[in-house]
Write a protein that binds this ligand. Structure first.
Ligand code: KG4
Ligand code: ZN
Length: 361
């Protein structure tokens, strides 16, 4: 099975071709034949965040060339494809329309099945592409747009165990960076500054600690950092590193506590997970990885973190999710709609204090 995947939901324009096969015993095998990612970070950096209109226009300009390159590097012709998959949401609607329409055009012209993939589902299924793991497993997804704990029980079977009630975790890192004058994207900058700072200088709040649900909240913590920063202004170098270190320490405590609860709920409802899987840009933070390792160790399960290039947004994960759906005959037609919001778990109940942000979906 050869599948082309297209990703345009945020500020990465990406396309990839993957191959999915089965061995004699019926186990699947996966191979990435190409994986081209163009990050638009530079175009958005002057604005300190992703500008939807700039992103959509850049996707229009870039996508044809990126798809052509992905096909060329994979050495695959359009007529050989078993399917073409695009992320149909959730995300910035202008970009989603560009990717999905391109996939529909390819599907129509080459008479190939179309798969409209949920971007979150693609993150959720990535560890099967990279590590071939079996269901059910527990996913911790933390990016600029999402912060969720999800029980992945099968293709199309996702139960959201926890979500943020306000900001996404990556978004919080980005906002802290911005208020401290560090460049965009802020996550890696805050991590670097934190490594040089004193994590105990400021006692920031640990939101939601000890609560019986597995939800996150980050805006109170962000406000506490902002208040401390304005009290200290003008900020010295040491203030910045200490603020970052104390902020990150609060995030680590929150992750340990919330995921601990999430894994407990998982085991009560679905039995032992095969692994704890981390995905999304935030999972590339080394301190956060160590915290995740601790949580997994305590629960006596394996921690799987796909390589950074497959943790952050990419086309291979979309192609893979497309292949998983295709293998089950789950196809879409030309009416498939682009969706700004698209919960992975249709039955998920909105958490108390739920703000209708992209992060909470
Ligand atoms: O998954 P991703 O590349 O894109 C989406 O948001 O979908 O995640 C990007 C987010 C940004 O908010 C970025 O600041 C954050 O992940 N991030 C980090 C680190 N590297 C990236 N956050 C904390 N520490 C990092 N090292
Ligand atoms: Zn993503």
């Amino acid at each position: 099975m050869l599948v082309l995947g297209i990703e345009t939901t945020c500020d990465e324009t990406a396309a990839a071709v993957i191959e999915r096969g089965t061995d004699g015993a019926g186990h699947f095998q996966a191979r990435i034949l190409s994986n081209i990612v163009h990050s638009q970070t530079e175009a958005h950096a002057p604005y300190g965040g992703v500008v939807p209109e700039i992103a959509a226009r850049a996707h229009v300009d870039l996508l044809d060339g990126i798809v052509a390159r992905a096909m060329r590097e994979a050495n695959v012709e359009f007529r050989q494809l078993s399917g073409v998959a695009a992320a149909a949401g959730p995300g910035l609607i202008g970009g989603v329309i560009v990717g999905l329409t391109t996939a529909k055009a390819i599907a129509l012209v080459h008479d190939t099945p179309l798969i409209a993939v949920n971007h979150l589902e693609a993150h959720a299924l990535t560890p099967r592409l990279t590590n071939g793991i079996a269901f059910p497993y527990c996913l911790f997804l933390a990016s600029g747009g999402h912060t969720q704990i999800v029980a992945v029980r099968g293709v199309g079977e996702y139960v959201r165990l926890g979500t943020t009630v306000d900001d996404a975790m990556g978004e919080a890192f980005d906002k802290i960076a911005k208020m401290l004058g560090l460049p965009y994207p802020g996550g890696p900058q805050v991590e670097r500054a934190a490594a040089a700072g004193n994590a105990t200088r400021f006692a920031f709040p640990r939101p939601m600690l000890g609560r019986p649900d597995a939800n996150f909240s980050l805006s109170g913590l962000k406000t506490a950092v902002r208040n401390e920063a304005s009290r200290l202004t003008p900020l010295r170098e040491q203030d910045i590193t200490d603020l970052c270190a104390s902020f990150q320490a609060a995030v680590l405590d929150s992750i340990a506590d919330r995921l601990g609860v999430g894994l407990k709920i998982f085991q009560e409802r679905f039995g032992m997970p095969t692994a704890l899987v981390a995905a999304g840009g935030v999972a590339s933070n080394q301190a956060i990885r160590r915290a995740l390792q601790d949580v997994a160790g305590k629960a006596r399960i394996e921690l799987i973190v796909p390589p950074p290039a497959l943790c952050t947004d990419n086309g291979a994960m979309i192609a893979w999710a497309g292949a998983e759906r295709l293998a089950l005959g789950l196809l879409d037609d030309m009416d498939a709609a682009p969706r700004a919001r698209w919960s992975l778990d249709a039955d998920a109940i909105a958490p108390a204090g739920f703000a209708k942000t992209r992060a909470a979906y």
